[in-house]
Write a new protein. Structure first.
Length: 230
């Protein structure tokens, strides 16, 4: 989903689901993860919860973990994505490999590349079109796909969270990039990511209400950040 880019003429909503002009135009974090990458699509949603309350749902994503909060029949083999925060899935680390289920087959999806608690969670992919992982320290081959799928948590003045999803990607050869961006975003990535944002918002807010939690303005400082070394 992160490896898809460019505008599709005449279809404003799918290219920027929920994102404002400012969110589309502003610099998205960690462009350095994909050195030759272009900015990917930006989508966003406001969640009635603090960044600290949203963060645990993000770090437990993955096939053998909390799922992807999207169309579970397509990417989680029909198993329902998590409806609660699971302590056993919170210890994610840089370099961890996350999986998803595609066409009935469990495959490596992304590696965790950036962890900035309560602020930014970055997932990275760099493979051949056949799915073989490549070494980012080696020269780029003629044919590959590379991308950062980033989840940016921005605290609003009232304590709620603006979740902005975007990133950077590169496809080689370049004609593949034009094809993927023009067609696969609309047909595959946009429905999956739009569903993810809607499910995350609904599930986080419902869980908070059931637990009696409310959004409060208080001093919240990140506990540090980590990043995968090249």
């Amino acid at each position: 989903m992160a490896l898809l880019h460019h505008e599709v003429r005449g279809s404003r909503r799918p290219t920027r689901w929920g994102a404002t002009d400012e969110e589309v135009a502003e610099l998205f974090p960690h462009a350095e993860v994909v050195p030759e990458g272009k900015r990917s699509r930006t989508t966003a949603v406001t969640i009635d919860a603090t960044p600290e309350q949203v963060w645990p749902w993000l770090v437990q994503m993955g096939w053998d973990r909390g799922g992807w909060y999207s169309w579970d029949l397509l990417d989680n083999r029909g198993r329902r994505s998590a409806q609660a925060v699971h302590p056993e899935w919170q210890d994610v680390a840089i370099g961890d490999q996350l999986k998803f289920c595609a066409l009935g087959r469990v495959v490596d999806a992304y590696r965790v590349v950036v962890i900035e608690p309560n602020r930014f969670f970055g997932l990275y992919g760099y493979t051949t079109y056949g799915g073989r992982w490549l070494d980012p320290n080696e020269p780029r081959p003629p044919s590959y796909m590379e991308g950062l799928w980033g989840f940016w948590l921005k605290e609003l003045a009232d304590g709620r969270t603006r979740l902005v999803i975007g990133g950077y990607q590169a496809f080689r050869p370049r004609w593949v990039e034009r094809f993927v961006a023009s067609w696969l975003w609309i047909l595959v990535a946009w429905p999956m990511q739009a569903r993810m944002m809607a499910v995350l918002k609904r599930t986080v807010e419902r869980t908070n209400r059931a637990s009696g939690l409310t959004v409060t303005n208080q001093d919240r400082r990140p506990t540090g950040s980590q990043k995968l070394s090249a």
